[in-house]
Design a protein around this ligand. Sequence first.
Ligand SMILES: [Zn+2]
Length: 313
Amino acid sequence: MSLSLPPSSLSRRSALLGALGVGVGAMVPILSATDAHAYSTTVTANYPVLREGSSGVAVRIVQGITRAAVDGQFGPGTKSAVITFQRNRGLVADGIVGAATWGALLNTVRSGDNNNIVRGVQARLYITVDGAFGPATYSAVVSYQRNNGLTADGIVGPNTWARMVGASSGSTGSTGPVGTSPRKLYTNGRLPSSALASVGFGVWRLSTYCVNDFKAMNAAFKATFGTNLPISSGSSSAYRTYDEQVYFWNLYLSGQGNLAARPGTSNHGWGLAVDIGVAPYGSTKYNWLNANAGRWGFNDDVSGEPWHWAYQR
Ligand SMILES: [Zn+2]
């Protein structure tokens, strides 16, 4: 039996194949003509970099568009789908979704469109993923736009995409340091509570000089991995009082603790360092920090301590 139907008769063809017991999904091309347009890397420069190990809503978008299973976890199946996509587009086929791949993945979509990019919207909004931008998708997009202070026009363009992927705001989202460095104002380990601020979660505090940059870094991390930065347990993993420094110094001297700074000299005592559980070197989360933390002024400045990140502005 011949199936020489024109491409426009997709629904009829689908019904026919369905009646024949043939998988309908397989008939939808991996790349449709309307996928061909794309955004420049100027648009996607602040989008989160996703790779195997990443999780969260931005991963769902990638999975919807590349037709990987949609579960928000960037596993081997998603990586394989991304590599296939990159090969088809002539991109570096590394399985990592950076600015260039985001640009190739996305385009503006609206009512009446039917393609893989619409699948990304639907996966992100947790509605039926079928690629058809009909009334249900329009309604979900308008709701999302209203809830996020965006123009509620039902069109998914650069502004809506930026919010959906969790792009950092501004060039890097960095505020730069705020006020005067605590090194110039206070004694190490003896910062007044007015000079300290919560990192935004947990028990940890940092200097007000750097805490906004830390929060921006955490927001970008969360957009990529779906969780806050895994600061090491114990309140002294960020700001560390003088007495706490003495405690760690004594542990170090007795051979029971990690290398510790001489009391009164630790970056932690200025509220300018934070220990983050991303060890060992080469782990997915370490690599993300290593590639990105400098955008917010943080660097791992102690050799052999992949968890120690200090503010250097
Ligand atoms: Zn440390």
